[in-house]
Design a protein around this ligand. Structure first.
Ligand code: SAH
Length: 238
């Protein structure tokens, strides 16, 4: 009996020693520390509180969405060029807009202005159906390829003029617009679900823009102004 117990302990010890090393979490990259620092100093410090949003910002590898020449600044507190005269938004703006959209799992979300695909990846961490429209063909193509390479199977990207939304998949629980029109496009309001939220910067090209949150409640459309922002303009297809 005593021998048997000793044997069991021995076997258990040998088994433990041979157990495979756990796979490191996806965040164990050389950018993990700057990413956590970004969330602490730029996002939490500015009062973004939604735990799921913070978790998404802590895990989505922003450095995979910036051009290689800007890699060293991937987690800094400003937008960065992504080519074609466009930018990936400042991390805080991405976080604030995502929190305002109050996304929960199962929501169907539309983004206008795919750009690098980073905001789409953040949304894809929060729900399972993300649709994103980009007007510049090369950006739509590279963002779609990058999202696929990184394993985001729940984002669909289309090259089109997002002013018209994406009728085929409407209505949406949330719409995020990451380029600024000078008025709220009526098709986007029409494609918002009853009870849905739209986060959209509105203002003249190069001028003062206001980030707005639009709620649709039955026939009513309620708009609140959130803060001043500076986005690239929403351009129209010719
Ligand atoms: N959300 C992006 C930020 C992109 S910047 C990111 O996470 O990187 C805004 C983007 O909106 C640009 O790529 C620009 O080409 C695109 N855009 C401008 N007008 C548009 C329109 N009418 N429809 C769709 N995309 C548009």
């Amino acid at each position: 009996m005593f021998l048997c117990l000793r044997l069991t302990i021995f076997v258990a010890v040998v088994l433990c020693a041979c157990a495979p090393t756990p796979t490191p979490p996806a965040t164990a990259d050389r950018f993990n520390a700057p990413r956590q620092q970004m969330v602490a100093e730029q996002i939490r410090a500015r009062d973004v509180r939604d735990v799921a949003v913070l978790r998404a910002l802590e895990t989505v590898p922003r450095h995979e969405f910036v051009p290689v020449e800007w890699l060293a600044q991937a987690y800094e507190d400003h937008p960065l060029p992504i080519g074609h005269g466009q930018t990936i938004s400042q991390p805080y703006i991405v976080a604030a807009m995502t929190e305002l959209a109050q996304i929960k799992r199962g929501d169907r979300v539309l983004e206008i202005g795919t750009g690098s695909g980073y905001q789409a990846a953040i949304l894809a961490a929060l729900t399972d159906q993300v649709y994103s429209v980009e007007i510049i063909p090369a950006l739509a193509e590279s963002a779609a390829a990058n999202l696929k390479r990184l394993g985001y199977t729940n984002v669909v990207v289309k090259n089109a003029d997002g002013y018209n939304g994406w009728q085929e998949f409407a209505p949406f629980d949330a719409i995020l617009v990451t380029c600024a029109p000078d008025h709220i496009p009526p098709p986007l309001i029409a494609q918002l679900k009853d009870g849905g939220r739209m986060i959209i910067p509105v203002g003249p090209v190069g001028g003062f823009q206001t980030l707005r949150r639009v709620f649709k409640r039955g026939d009513q459309v309620l708009t609140e102004n959130v803060m001043g922002v500076l986005f690239v303009p929403l351009t129209r297809a010719k």
